[in-house]
Structures are given as C-alpha cells and as structure tokens.
Design a protein around this ligand. Structure first.
Ligand SMILES: Cc1cc2nc3c(=O)[nH]c(=O)nc-3n(C[C@H](O)[C@H](O)[C@H](O)COP(=O)(O)OP(=O)(O)OC[C@H]3O[C@@H](n4cnc5c(N)ncnc54)[C@H](O)[C@@H]3O)c2cc1C
Length: 337
C-alpha cells in the first residue's frame, strides 16, 4: 500500500532508531511529543523504520503513538549503512513530503540527520531540548548554542521538512498501549541501492545498565573536584548503597573516570531525579541545563561561591571525597542496624 503526503503540514515523521532499544527510548519520546504537537497543525504522527525483520519495532511504535508507520523491511537493510539508509530516507521524504522530520540526537542521529538535511537542502537544528508549534504553525526548535552559553530559538520558515535532532530524555514516552491501532505502509527497496563503501565487520551489544540515569530517582553526579579516578570510584559504592545512578561532568568523562553513558549535560543526558547529589561540580551552564528538573539538589563543594552551590537547595562546603567516604560509612552502619 502506498499513500501520498501531498499537502505539507499533514505529517510529523519520527525516524525509528531502534538500535540499543532497551537503553535508548528516544524514538518513543519523540512520538509522544509529536502527538502533543500534531493537533496544532492538524498533522498525523508517523514513524519511519528501516531494517530487516523489524515488525516488533513497527508494533512498538504504534503502541507508543505512531498513527502510520512507513517501513522498509529487507535483508539488505539488516545492518545500518549510512549510504543505503540515506538513499532510502531521501526518496521517502521526497515522495511523502512530511512537514516535520525528527530524529533522536544519538550517535546514529548525529551522523544520519545532517546528511539527510544536506540531500534535501533543508535546515537542521541539532541537539534540541525543546519543540513547540508557534501561531504560524511552524516548528519552534530550542537548542543550546555558542558552547551552551545561549539557548537559541530556531524556526525553518521556508524549507521542508523542518528537521531536528532531539536529545534523549528531553520528553517522556507515552505508556505502551496494546489497543492502539495504526496503518503500516510498506516502502519497496529499489534494486538500484548504492553499493556501500563501508562494510560492518563485527558488532557487539553493550550490556544494559541496571537502571538508566534518565529514569533514576536518585543521581550522584561527580565532577573534577572528586580529584582522581580512585576517589571517583567511591561514588559507585555510594550509589550502590543508595540504589542510585552515577552521573559525571565532561572533564570526568574525558579523563576516563566514568563512561560516556554517565555524562550529564548538553553533550550528554538530561536527568530529572527526585534527589541529585552534586559533588565537586562547578555548575557550568552546559551541565546545569540538563538538571533543572531535579526536585532536590544537594551540592558539595570546597568553594561556597561555585555556581552549583548557588543553584542547590542544600549547599555543603566540604571536601567531596571526604563527604563521599562519610556517606558510605553512615549508609553501611544503617544497613547493619
Ligand atoms: C560545547 C560544550 C559542551 C559541553 N557539554 C558539557 C556537558 O554535556 N556536560 C558537562 O558537564 N560539561 C560540558 N561542557 C563543559 C563545561 O563547560 C564545564 O567545563 C564542565 O561542566 C566543568 O566540569 P566540572 O564541574 O567537573 O569541573 P570544574 O569546572 O573544574 O569544577 C570543579 C569543581 O570542583 C570543586 N572542587 C575542587 N576540589 C574539590 C574538593 N576537594 N572537594 C569539593 N569540591 C572541589 C571546585 O571548586 C569546582 O567548583 C561543555 C562545554 C562545551 C564548550
């Protein structure tokens, strides 16, 4: 079945990034936001899925808000290859002409989306932290810019589709609804797909974290003020005793004290815990932009004037490493009691 999207403004398309599906729910989050935005422009919400044997993702996207799913399901698409996916995406968009095309700001989205935009000669707002529809029916895209020192509001008045990549964790997915119904539109894979210049030799799935930092009720975030990798490791013990997750600032990730998965901020994850412990973190805007939704912030810093201390609900002037050791002792004592 094929169906034309003739009039712009009638479709919001979300590209299905289902790799690392259980760790990365950004496609579901975008479908949820698209459903909220769609009534303002009378649009239908669509998902786009490329791959091989992807019917479970098609069903999942319908259960999470997609009204139509455009699916290219073919063994040749089993492994993501930028050249073939790009070729298909370009053709799909030229044929169905969605007004808005959204992709998660994952490693995949960051590689794929700019290439799609270039092919279509349209704009792309990368790494958005907000999406709205304005009175003119245009997509208002909010994104940090100039190294995060400014939050830019961007519209694409003329070119189509209006394209954005959006940071994982920015929006909340809709609950899974088994009863939801949606249309599935099959996209034929043409025989003249480009021959890929890059071949995937081997891939390995990373074991999932027990709990995703974006969903954690308590996050313990450490900065350069933790002093060393050994001292930073103590945060993982404190987190284990509290049922918390560990977050990190960029210098910590760059020093390999913590994985990139832990990065909180403009270049990493948005978090919204009930309690955020922030140890040895200065409070640069690129970091704090991602923690505004925390209910209670407890900051520990040597410097009472650090921006993080000003932002915190509870500010404790102390050595971060000593504070962490004292917390571990106290938690262990309480567990023994
Ligand atoms: C484009 C761009 C994107 C970026 N994205 C991100 C991002 O996503 N996430 C991110 O975090 N950063 C990001 N940054 C970097 C950001 O600007 C800051 O440099 C970074 O957040 C600072 O990390 P920090 O607080 O750990 O280190 P510092 O700024 O060095 O602060 C260390 C803090 O620890 C305190 N301290 C020192 N010793 C102790 C001690 N013994 N006990 C207690 N406190 C102590 C100090 O008083 C200080 O406040 C980005 C920057 C750019 C330009």
């Amino acid at each position: 079945m094929t169906e034309k999207m003739n009039k712009p403004g009638q479709r919001i398309c979300v590209f299905g990034d289902y790799r690392n599906y259980f760790q990365n729910r950004v496609t579901l989050q975008l479908l949820a936001r698209a459903r909220e935005l769609a009534p303002a422009i009378g649009a239908e919400v669509c998902a786009v899925v490329f791959g091989s044997q992807v019917s479970e993702y098609v069903c999942e996207y319908i259960a999470h808000g997609a009204q139509t799913v455009y699916v290219a399901d073919d063994p040749v698409l089993k492994d993501y290859c930028v050249e073939t996916y790009l070729f298909l995406a370009e053709h799909l968009i030229r044929q169905y002409r969605p007004d808005i095309f959204l992709i998660g700001a994952t490693d995949f989205g960051r590689e794929f989306a700019p290439r799609v935009a270039k092919r279509l000669k349209t704009g792309l707002t990368a790494d958005c932290i907000g999406l709205e529809i304005n009175a003119d029916g245009l997509l208002v895209q909010t994104a940090p810019s100039f190294g995060g020192n400014l939050i830019a509001t961007i519209i694409t008045p003329e070119k189509r589709p209006q394209m954005a990549t959006v940071r994982p964790g920015t929006f909340k997915e809709l609950p899974h609804n088994d009863a939801a119904a949606g249309r599935i539109v099959s996209i034929p894979v043409p025989s003249d797909l480009p021959i890929p210049r890059v071949r995937l030799v081997h891939s390995e799935r990373k074991p999932p974290r027990e709990q995703r930092i974006e969903d954690a009720g308590i996050v313990i975030c450490g900065g350069r003020g933790m002093g060393s990798r050994t001292k930073f490791k103590k945060l993982f013990e404190m987190a284990r005793l509290m049922g918390a997750e560990v977050g990190a600032t960029r210098p910590v990730v760059h020093s390999h004290w913590a994985d990139h998965d832990c990065l909180v901020g403009q270049a990493g994850k948005n978090i919204h815990p009930r309690i955020l412990f922030s140890l040895g973190v200065s409070g640069a805007i690129q970091h704090t932009a991602a923690i505004h939704d925390a209910d209670l912030i407890i900051a520990i810093n040597k410097n009472p004037n650090a921006a993080m201390m000003k932002m915190a609900d509870v500010a404790i002037v102390a050595d971060a490493g000593q504070f962490c050791s004292a917390m571990i002792r106290e938690l262990k004592n309480r567990i023994r009691e």
